[in-house]
Ligand binder design. Structure first.
Ligand code: THU
Length: 160
């Protein structure tokens, strides 16, 4: 038996104003998307904005459903739209933000496991890291240089 230690490295910004200007703009797009989310059941709105190497920005927000499991997270709404609309473009950066109607979300909200798996697929497909920035409604912003940092021991095509 041997023990394996897995480490990850993230950067933490104090707030959105500390981010580089282009990321601030991307986060502003995510905030706008978040505010337009359709989340009548959870009252938890999430917005995602994706910057492509073509310069296009694709946004997504969570879309809920009375049949709860039929809804979809913001990150997958955005990334599947990017894949459908710009199939040849590479995804450079993703900005994520979440805001709850029930409490102040001032801690960074990371993407759920299913969304990490979905984003990982595109990182592997394009063979290029995707930068992820995530925050709550306000406060600190966490940056990950690659989705892989957020999903150690990921399942991917190499196992198939
Ligand atoms: N949600 C997202 O959009 N992204 C995540 O990464 C976590 C959760 C949505 C799904 C649901 O509409 C609401 O947030 C509460 O879980």
């Amino acid at each position: 038996m041997k023990e394996v230690k897995i480490e990850t490295k993230l950067q933490v910004y104090n707030d959105i104003k500390e981010l580089p200007k282009d990321i601030q703009r991307l986060m502003d797009s995510a905030i706008e998307a978040r505010d337009n989310a359709y989340a009548p059941y959870s009252k938890f709105k999430v917005g995602a904005a994706i910057l492509l190497d073509s310069g296009n920005v694709v946004i997504g927000s969570n879309q809920e459903n009375a049949s709860y499991p039929s809804g979809l997270c913001a990150e997958r709404t955005a990334i599947y739209y990017a894949g459908a609309k710009h199939p040849k473009a590479k995804i450079l950066k993703m900005a994520l933000t979440a805001s709850s109607q029930n409490q102040v979300t001032d801690t960074p909200i990371p993407p759920c496991g299913a969304c990490r798996q979905a984003i990982a697929e595109y990182e592997i497909k394009q063979d290029q890291f995707i930068e992820i920035y995530f925050m709550g409604a306000k406060g600190k912003v966490v940056k990950s240089n690659s989705l892989a940092n957020l999903l150690p021991l990921g399942f991917d095509r190499s196992f198939l």
